[in-house]
Design a protein around this ligand. Structure first.
Ligand code: 6R9
Length: 560
C-alpha cells in the first residue's frame, strides 16, 4: 500500500484553497467556475471556440455567466427542478458547455452524451436516468426520434438549429426559448453533496451504469488541474477530450474554469495538420490528450510536426489508455517535452495516480498516487495489499471529494466495488520497489478502444438484433494506432450463411445502435462459442481462439 508523495499537503486541501471553500461549506459548482471570476476579471477570456470551418469565437467569463444564466432560466421556464436530469447530445459547441453549466446552475443533474452515440445507446441512458430534458442538434433528430419513442419521463427535446422541415411533438427550438430567457439567473444554493453530473460508463455485463458525481467533485478537478496539469491563468490550454466522456467534463470544463484558465474548445475531427495548426495559432502551452491521438500524430511523422511552430508548448499530459514508452521517447524528440501519463476513471472523477510535474518519469508507468491519495495492489482472493512486483487488483482507499457517490439505481453494483476498506478500480497493476504504478490490463471484459470504454454486452446485444445471429461474443484485439479495437465472433441460425453483405450489415447495426467507435474491426462467423458449464460465454477464450493464442487453463475460467 502506498500513500501519495509526502512532499506536500493533500492535493484535496489545496483544491479547497484554490476554490475558496472550506470543508462542508455549501457551494454550487457553476457559481465557482463562472460567477466567481466575473467579480474579479469579467473580461478575461474563458473559452476560445474553433471549428473545422476555421471559425473562431472568443467568450469572456462575463459572456459565459450570461449564456449560462440564459440556459438556466430557459430550463426554469420548462419546469425543471433541482435533481431533475438534463441530458445533452451535442458536439463540443458552445451550447454544449452552456447547457451543462446551465443545468448545474439550477440544481439539476447534467448528463452529457457523446454526440456519435447510436440510437440504442441514447435510449438506454435516457431511459435509465429518467431524463426530463434532452438538448441536441437538428442533425441528430433522426436518431433521437428513434431513441426516445416510448420514454415517458422525457418531457422536452430542445433543438439547436432545427431542421427545415420543422419540429414535432415535444421538440422545441432552443434559440426561441433562450430569446425569452433572463441572463441574470442566480445559481441555486446547492450543498456540496448535492448531485450535479451523471456520466454513463460501460461494464462487462448489462447496460452502462450511471456514475453519479456531486458538486464537491469540483475540489478534485481544481486540485489536479493545478497539481498535475500545472495550469495557471496565463496558460493557453487545450484538452482534446469531448465532454461526452469524463475527461471532457473534468478537464475541458470544470478543472480549468475552476482556476479561471482560458480553454480552447475545438469542434472538429482529427488530422495532424489541423491539430498542429491549432496549437500554433492559439499558442497552446498546456495540452491534455490521449495515447491514441499521440500514436496517430507519431504515425504522421516528425516532419508534420516540424512544419509548425509548436514552441508555445510547455507541458503535455495523457490519459485513457496505457501510454507506450516509444510514444514518450518520440514526444520528447518531437515536442521537446516528456509526455506525462495520468490514470483515473469516470468513477474516481479526477486523476489519482499520475506523473505529476515533480516526479521523474519512468516511461510505461502511470506514475505515483497524488498527495492525499492512498493506492494499493490487492491479492484478488484475500483483497489484502501485495508487496511490490506482484500483479493484482488496483485499489484506492476512499473517500476523496470527486469520488462517485453511486451507480444510478444500482446500489448493488456500487456496493460490489468496495472490499476490505478499498475501492476496487477494475484494473490490474503492480508497483515497483520505488512506488511507481504499472498498468497491466482490465480485470473485466470491458474493451478500451481509442480510450473509450465499450461494454461487450452492448455490442453483442446489437449483433443479436440481426435475425441471422444466435450467439455473439465481443472482445478486444490489439491494433497499432488504437491500442485496442473491437472484434466479434458470431454463431448463425440454422440455414443462415456467412457473406460479405452479412458482415457489413452486422457492422452497420453496431454503428447505428451503439456508435461508430464501437464497430468491430473484425466479425468472424464460427460454429460455436466457448461457454462455461452454466452457459456463460467465455469471452477471453473466444478472444484467444480468435487471435490464435493458447486458450490457457479452461478450468479456472469455467464457472467465472
Ligand atoms: C479518464 C478515463 C477508465 C479506464 C481505467 C483504465 C483505462 C485510464 C489510463 C488507463 C492505462 C492510463 N485508463 N487511464 N489505462 N493507463 N493512464 O479514461 O475514464 O472512460 O472511465 O476509463 O481507462 O482501464 O479503468 P474512463
Amino acid at each position: 500500500m502506498s500513500e501519495g508523495e509526502s512532499s506536500g499537503a493533500s492535493v484535496w486541501h489545496q483544491g479547497r484553497l484554490l476554490l475558496g471553500v472550506s470543508p462542508g461549506e455549501p457551494f454550487n459548482a457553476c457559481e465557482r467556475v463562472v460567477d466567481r471570476h466575473c467579480a474579479r476579471y469579467p473580461e478575461a477570456t474563458a473559452a476560445i471556440h474553433r471549428n473545422h470551418h476555421g471559425d473562431r469565437r472568443v467568450f469572456t467569463f462575463e459572456d459565459l455567466r450570461r449564456a449560462v444564466s440564459r440556459f438556466a432560466s430557459a430550463l426554469d421556464a420548462l419546469g425543471v427542478k433541482p435533481g431533475d436530469r438534463v441530458f445533452t447530445l451535442l458536439e463540443p459547441m458552445p451550447e454544449l458547455f452552456w447547457s451543462i453549466l446551465g443545468a448545474i446552475r439550477t440544481g439539476a443533474i447534467a448528463g452529457p452524451l457523446f454526440a456519435a452515440f447510436g440510437s440504442e445507446a441514447i435510449r438506454d441512458r435516457l431511459g435509465d436516468s429518467g431524463a426530463r430534458v434532452l438538448i441536441t442538434h437538428g442533425r441528430h433528430l433522426l436518431k433521437v426520434r428513434a431513441a426516445i419513442e416510448g420514454l415517458p419521463g422525457l418531457k422536452q427535446v430542445l433543438v439547436v438549429d432545427p431542421p427545415a422541415d420543422g419540429l414535432r411533438g415535444i421538440e422545441r427550438d432552443l434559440a426561441a426559448l433562450l430569446a425569452d430567457a433572463s441572463d441574470e439567473r442566480p445559481p441555486h444554493p446547492t450543498s456540496e453533496q448535492d448531485p450535479m453530473l451523471l456520466h454513463y460508463s460501460s461494464g462487462t455485463t448489462g447496460k452502462p451504469k450511471g456514475v453519479l458525481h456531486v458538486h464537491e467533485a469540483l475540489v478534485g478537478h481544481a486540485a489536479t488541474a493545478r497539481a498535475v496539469l500545472d495550469l495557471r491563468r496565463e496558460d493557453s490550454y487545450w484538452c482534446t477530450a469531448d465532454p461526452g466522456w469524463v475527461t471532457g467534463t473534468s478537464y475541458a470544463l470544470f478543472g480549468p474554469w475552476a482556476l479561471g484558465v482560458p480553454q480552447i474548445h475545438y469542434e472538429g475531427g482529427f488530422s495532424s495538420s489541423a491539430w498542429y495548426s491549432l496549437i500554433e495559432a492559439e499558442r497552446v502551452s498546456v495540452w491534455y490528450t490521449s495515447p491514441t491521438a499521440l500514436r496517430m500524430l507519431m504515425r504522421d511523422g516528425v516532419e508534420a510536426a516540424r512544419a509548425h511552430d509548436l514552441s508555445s508548448l510547455r507541458h503535455i499530459c495523457s490519459v485513457g489508455e496505457p501510454l507506450n514508452p516509444e510514444v514518450i521517447r518520440w514526444g520528447l524528440e518531437t515536442y521537446g517535452h516528456t509526455i506525462r501519463d495520468t490514470w483515473w476513471q469516470t468513477e474516481t472523477g479526477c486523476m489519482q495516480i499520475a506523473n505529476a510535474p515533480w516526479l521523474p518519469v519512468r516511461p510505461g508507468s502511470m506514475g505515483k498516487p497524488l498527495p492525499g491519495v492512498t493506492a494499493a495492489v490487492l491479492d484478488p482472493t484475500t483483497h489484502e495489499p501485495l508487496p511490490p512486483g506482484q500483479e493484482g487488483l488496483l485499489a484506492l482507499v476512499p473517500p476523496w471529494p470527486s469520488m462517485f457517490r453511486t451507480y444510478w439505481n444500482r446500489l448493488d453494483l456500487y456496493g460490489a466495488r468496495f472490499r476490505n476498506g478499498f475501492y476496487l478500480t477494475g484494473d490490474r497493476a503492480y508497483t515497483d520497489a520505488d512506488g511507481y504504478y504499472w498498468f497491466v490490463g482490465r480485470d473485466d471484459d470491458v474493451i478500451n478502444t481509442s480510450g473509450h470504454l465499450v461494454g461487450p454486452f452492448e455490442i453483442e446485444s446489437a449483433l443479436l438484433t440481426h435475425p441471422a445471429v444466435v450467439e455473439a461474443a465481443a472482445f478486444p484485439i490489439p491494433v497499432a494506432d488504437a491500442g485496442e479495437a473491437v472484434a466479434a465472433r458470431v454463431v448463425l441460425a440454422a440455414g443462415s450463411e456467412s457473406s460479405r453483405e452479412l458482415i457489413r450489415d452486422l457492422k452497420t447495426l453496431v454503428r447505428r445502435q451503439v456508435g461508430p467507435y464501437a464497430v468491430p474491426r473484425e466479425v468472424v462467423v464460427v460454429d460455436r462459442l466457448p461457454r462455461t458449464r452454466s452457459g456463460k460465454i467465455m469471452r477471453r477464450v473466444a478472444r484467444a481462439e480468435h487471435l490464435g493464442l493458447p486458450v490457457g487453463d479452461l478450468s479456472s475460467l469455467d464457472e467465472s
